[in-house]
Design a protein around this ligand. Structure first.
Ligand SMILES: NC(=O)c1ccc[n+]([C@@H]2O[C@H](COP(=O)([O-])OP(=O)(O)OC[C@H]3O[C@@H](n4cnc5c(N)ncnc54)[C@H](OP(=O)(O)O)[C@@H]3O)[C@@H](O)[C@H]2O)c1
Length: 282
């Protein structure tokens, strides 16, 4: 039975991944912030899969909890087959409008959280010649205005993961980037929009960006199951690809960014963004 640990399992992709791997017959270690006091989230799983399922409190920014989680998995199993670094959130806003603490916290959760959890579990992953899946995003290969810190955190994940690919290969551990487009999880609800300064010179851009975001969110949502089921399928492959892009919007963005000359890409994007973000109310 494969042992699978998922961070940020309390919502969205994380919760769907728990269910997908349990249904596949794997042993799932669901981790999340205060997971033990949020009993309702995994009520069904606890009943149905009691011998295959465990919950561990793990805020990825809490180094003590990271160590405790790794110790507890080591004592129980001695090894881990799959680590899914999924925990994350988005901080949106103009760089100048962001508070220093917000900036640092975005990197703490999305980047250093992944680094710390990976370091703690690597000895166990090496033992089983396991697999690591790191959640990036379309924003991990495409910079976007008013999203710079979220993009930076995901670009950092891309650099980390691409580098670890060859570093860990001789030790039998494979790594893979998961790059979803827009899916309706709780990501939108949990977004942190920084707009504390009412006189910000970015207020028109922010207003238009939020409107664009709301408009896109109202469109027929892509089914987040696509990502959880896709990742489960991927985990069963002998050899992992470097990256897997999900969603029509994801693929479109990937092609736009990677298959047309850079000057043309920026010409298209600059003009599109000028029209959309600098539009004045009529
Ligand atoms: N949905 C999309 O369109 C989309 C697109 C591209 C990439 N992604 C990425 O997909 C991943 C999952 O997001 P989602 O869409 O499933 O959003 P979500 O529904 O908001 O779930 C995010 C999960 O991360 C957890 N989390 C946040 N901070 C944490 C911390 N410090 N320690 C541990 N867990 C923490 C949340 O826990 P709480 O329940 O405690 O808040 C929640 O379980 C993220 O890395 C996100 O960047 C999402």
């Amino acid at each position: 039975m494969r042992k699978v640990l998922i961070t940020g399992a309390t919502s969205g992709f994380g919760k769907l991944l728990v269910d997908a791997f349990l249904q596949n017959g794997d042993y799932v270690i669901a981790t999340g912030r205060n997971i033990h006091s949020r009993k309702e989230i995994f009520e069904d799983e606890r009943l149905k899969y009691k011998d295959h399922f465990q919950e561990i409190d793990l805020d990825v920014t809490n180094p003590d909890q990271v160590i405790l989680a790794a110790d507890s998995v080591f004592k129980k199993f001695g090894s881990l087959d799959i680590l899914i670094n999924n925990a994350g959130y988005g901080l949106f806003g103009a760089l100048e409008d962001l508070e220093k603490e917000e900036i640092r916290y975005q990197m703490e959760v999305n980047f250093f959280g992944t680094v710390d959890v990976t370091c703690a579990f690597l000895p166990m992953l090496r033992k089983s010649r396991g697999k690591i899946f790191n959640f990036s995003s379309v924003f991990g290969f495409m910079g976007f205005p008013l999203t710079s810190l979220y993009c930076a955190s995901k670009y950092a994940i891309e650099g980390l993961t691409e580098s670890l690919r060859a570093e860990l290969a001789p030790h039998g551990v494979q790594v893979c980037l998961i790059e979803p487009g827009g899916y309706r999880t709780n990501f939108g609800k949990n977004l942190s929009w920084s707009q504390k300064n009412p006189d910000s010179i970015y207020r028109l851009q922010m207003k238009n960006y939020r409107e664009l975001h709301e408009k896109v969110s109202k469109k027929k949502p892509q089914e987040p199951n696509e990502v959880s089921k896709g990742l489960l399928k991927l985990s069963l492959k002998t050899k992992l690809p470097m990256r897997k892009v999900y969603g029509k919007d994801g693929l479109f963005s990937y092609i736009l960014k990677n298959y047309i000359p850079e000057r043309m890409y920026f010409f298209i994007m600059d003009n599109f963004l000028k029209i959309v973000l600098l539009r004045k109310a009529s």
